[in-house]
Each structure stands twice: as C-alpha cells, then as structure tokens.
Design a protein around this ligand. Structure first.
Ligand code: C2O
Ligand code: CU
Ligand code: CU
Length: 531
C-alpha cells in the first residue's frame, strides 16, 4: 500500500516535472475564447456591472471557486474546493494548472500590467478572493465585507504595482477563511519585472514554486478539519501530512544545476523551521515582497503561514544519485500549540491530530533527487536588486510608534483587546494617506497564563513594509530583510515595522495569519484617510 502510494506520487512528480520542462507548453493549460460570463450578475459591493471600457487588460481571466475531486491518493478521490481559470485574453502560459493538485492555477504577470479577473463563486457559501501581498485599491483587495454568495461574480481590475515576487491568492470571508483555504482554495500569483529578469537567477524549469501545507485525511481519503472546539481553534489546525503543491510524498527531481525555489507556507497554522538535511546553509534570495538586495545565508529560517522565502539551491557540486531533503527542524513554540514539552502538549493534545504532529515537531518536508548531469552554469549573484534604505526618521510617529498588543481574553485572541468587527475602525486605527508610520507589535500573550502564549504571524493588507527591529533572541532564525507583508512574532517578542501609506485610501485589514486565529477575530480594519 505504501509502495503503491509512493509510485503514484513519483509518477505525479515526473508529470509535474515534465510540465516544468515543457515551460509554457500545451500540457495543463486551459484556454478558451472570450465568453461573456456575466449575464446579469450581482457584483458584490463593487457595483461594477459592466466591464470597464476604459480598462484595457493585458491579462483577462475568469477564476471560479468550485467543488471538485482530485486523486490525491489511490482509491477514492478527495473532494475539494478548487480555483479553476479560463483565459479570455493573454498568453496561455500565463495561467498554469498543477496537474492532480487541489491548488488553484499559478498566475504569471509582469509589473505594470493591467489584470482583469472575473471571480465566479460556485461553492455553496459566501467567498471573496484576496491577493496576498499585492498593492491594490481597497475595493480590489478582497475585504470580507465584499463577499459574494454562490452563483455571484466579483470583478477585479487592477494594475500590478508590486516588485517582482512570489505572491498568492486565497479566500477571505470572515470566519470561513481557514476552512475554505483548507479545502483547497489557494494559488500562487507570480510577478516578474525587468530588474528581476536581469538579476541572473535560474528560470524556466530551474524556477520552482513550492507551496507547503499540512492536511489530515481520513481512511476514505477525505480532508478532516478541526473539531471546531474552542481549544482546537485557539491552537489552530495542524495536519499530520505534509503536502507540497497539493501532492503528498513530494520528491523534486533536479539536475546538477542552480535552482530558485520559491517556498510559500500556505498552511493554516503550522510554522516551519526550514533547513537542508545535509547541513548546507539556506541561501535566501527573496522574501514576501521579492528579491533581497543581496543573498543571505541562514542555518535555518522560520516560515510562518502566509510568508514566502526564495531559496537559491545549487546542486552542481553533487553527483547524480545524490539525495537530500528540505526539513523542518524541531523548535519550541513557547507555549500553546507546541507539543515538544509540557504545557503545549497538554493544550494541543486534546485532539489526537495535534498530538501526532504538533507545531514545533521536526519532519522532512520534501525530498530532492539529483537525477541528471545538466548544468545551467549559473553562479549566485552578489547583488540581486535595489532596495531603498530605511528612513525611520521620516515616520510621522517616529517618537511614538503605534502600539498593538496581541493578547487573549476569555478564550479569544485579540489585537489591543479588540476582535474583528466588519465595519469598525477605532480612532487609533486611522492613518493619513501619504504618511509613513512605525507600528510596534507586542506578543505579550495573556500575562500570567504562559501556557496560553502562541506565535502570531502578523499580516498587513495593502502595503509591503520593512522590519526595523525585533526584540527577541533568535534573530538568526528569521529573514527580516527586504520587503515583507507577514512577520512572525514569537511569544515574548516585540517587533517594529515601517510602512508607508503612499496611495490607495480606504479600509484594509491587518490580522494574524494563523487562519483559525483570523477566523475567530484576531483581525482588525485600519483606515487610510485622505486629507
Ligand atoms: Cu493572506 Cu488577509 O491574508
Ligand atoms: Cu493579505
Ligand atoms: Cu495568532
């Protein structure tokens, strides 16, 4: 049985690799001519009932969220929800389906392009798509108040203003983000630009996206989510099976060349402490908001839900037949949701699932097999991109940073003691358009109740930011360099970020990207006010 599973997985990997090799070939693409997908649809609250005639998209697609079945394992297919695309305008190579994966298609765009996406909701509950990391107007950001119900459509039209990088998209309905992402609704949104293309990084088959998620399957191959009990919600969902690009037992066959591995943590609440099994350093070339200025070496690095790391991996000094793996090292979560020792175990251990693979456990993520003696003759560039230097003193609140306390009260995670309210913005959550600010987050937990301490990956919608300062003692385990949109804050830590609200007024979210925390209300609006 196990053998069989491996064979199937390997076959899948070969197919996947073939797809990569074929580049923008015919396999796996979906395309069609223009189809008027909107009869008389309701457009949520963006009130656009006709396609903008003054908006000329470079890429125009329909993206549907719909129930589907995927053969993840031999035997019964797994019932999932999945994004499916149809191209109306743009090269076929722009939208790449991953065969036999529950993940949505990989959308490829170039900075400066205009994108139109017609989201059709065909799942039996309200949803909306958020473009994680993208800098788009508030109405295009997928705020939960813009959810549409089954059968409705929402029109997105925006220009890609971000730097080249590994972004992603996923649902954002309030209270249901965790279960919808878990069922399969997520996909990559890759942005390229001229600077990146000139950086000398591996491309084509040597540029490999890797979405890491954990899932639990029952004996009939169906997905199992949390019990819904408060305690499980407090910890967050932890699956006992590691999936890569929606596939189990993932092996990446490589040649003896240099690779750009784009790793996204698309898990609901699991944090990975990435390292190479063979002990070589992790050579990080990019994070959430694209390439670093220069490569950074780490022995290991945390990757929390929502974060991305781009790794340079060179196998040119390894023989054909060489095998290694990307692993997650054991770590202490500092309290709840862990399980290595004591209290975390007691808390997370209420369900059998968490006990099997607690947050902070060590395990392999995927294997690498060197199969071919082909070199791409690339050497790691010293300089990857231009990143403007941090000008802290330009912050309007330089002497009094905005304060956010991540706390828990009455079995409820909150930010400054507040839970999410759909339309609510507090006075201290209003910022001025055009200003630069320092925000300071304190993960002080719940005071005396140390067992209730948990890591929180904090994410801002609307803008990429810079990490100014981290108070903790584990600095070498983080990659805080470059542009970020999600930052992990361990129990007891305090971090400062610098963010500039240079355009796009309106309401945006900031929240914990542990999706169960987010769903229970560890999320707030901030409002960018025009002056
Ligand atoms: Cu990826 Cu509001 O999140
Ligand atoms: Cu986001
Ligand atoms: Cu959290």
């Amino acid at each position: 049985m196990i053998m069989q599973t491996r064979d199937v997985a390997l076959k899948r990997n070969e197919r996947r690799q073939f797809l990569k090799l074929a580049g923008y070939g015919a396999l796996g693409w979906i395309t069609s001519g223009f189809r008027p997908v909107f009869g008389a649809p309701a457009f949520g609250q963006n009130k656009k009932t006709v396609l903008g005639s003054d908006f000329l998209p470079d890429l125009d697609i329909s993206l549907a969220a719909r129930p589907d079945e995927v053969a993840v394992f031999p035997g019964s297919p797994t019932r999932v929800w999945r994004y499916h695309a149809i191209i109306h305008k743009g090269d076929k190579g722009r939208v790449l389906e991953i065969p036999e994966s529950y993940l949505g298609p990989i959308i490829n765009v170039h900075r400066g392009e205009k994108i139109r996406i017609r989201f059709n909701n065909s799942i039996p509950e309200a949803s909306i798509i958020h473009w994680h990391g993208l800098h788009v107007p508030a109405i295009m950001d997928g705020h939960p108040r813009h959810v549409i119900s089954q059968g409705q459509s929402y029109l997105y039209e925006f220009e890609v203003k971000n730097r080249a990088g590994t972004y992603w998209y996923h649902p954002h309905p309030h209270g249901r983000t965790g279960p919808q992402v878990y069922r399969g609704l997520a996909g990559l949104f890759l942005v390229s630009d001229d600077e990146e293309q000139a950086a000398g990084l591996p491309d084509g088959e040597y540029d490999v996206p890797l979405v890491i998620q954990d899932r639990t399957f029952d004996l009939d191959n169906q997905l199992v989510y949390t019990s819904g009990r408060r305690m499980d919600q407090m910890t967050g969902f932890l699956g006992d099976r590691i999936m890569v690009n929606g596939l189990p037992d993932f092996t990446l066959p490589v040649s003896t060349g240099a690779y750009r591995l784009r790793v996204l943590n698309g898990s609901n609440s699991r944090i990975y402490k990435l390292a190479w099994k063979d002990g070589r350093p992790l050579t990080v070339v990019g994070t959430d908001g694209g390439l670093l200025e220069r490569p950074a070496n780490r022995r290991y690095a945390f990757l929390s839900p929502g974060e991305r790391l781009e790794i340079w991996a060179d196998f040119s000094d390894r023989p054909v037949g060489y095998e290694t793996s990307l692993i997650s090292l054991p770590f202490n979560t500092g309290g709840m949701g862990g399980g290595r020792r004591g209290r975390g175990m007691m808390m997370g251990g209420r369900t059998g699932r968490n006990q099997r693979l607690p947050n902070g456990a060590g395990f392999p993520i995927f294997n690498i097999n060197v199969t071919k003696p082909v070199k791409n003759h690339l050497t790691l560039p010293d300089k990857l991109s231009d990143i403007e230097s941090i000008q802290q003193d330009e912050a309007v609140n330089f002497f009094r940073p905005r304060q956010f306390f991540l706390t828990m009260r009455h079995m409820q995670w909150s930010i400054n003691g507040r839970e999410f309210q759909m339309e609510e913005v507090a006075d201290d959550e209003i910022v001025e358009l055009g200003s630069k600010e320092i925000w300071e987050f304190h993960n002080t937990g719940s005071g005396m109740m140390h067992m209730m301490n948990m890591p929180h990956p904090i994410h801002l919608h609307g803008k990429q930011f810079r990490v100014l300062e981290r108070s903790g003692v584990m600095h070498e385990s983080y990659v805080d360099e470059g542009w970020k949109d999600t930052v992990l804050i361990m129990p007891g830590e305090r971090i400062r970020i610098l963010v500039e609200f240079d355009d796009y007024p309106g309401m945006f979210l900031y929240h914990c990207h542990n999706l169960e925390h987010e769903d229970m209300g560890m999320m707030r609006n901030y409002f960018v006010r025009e002056t």
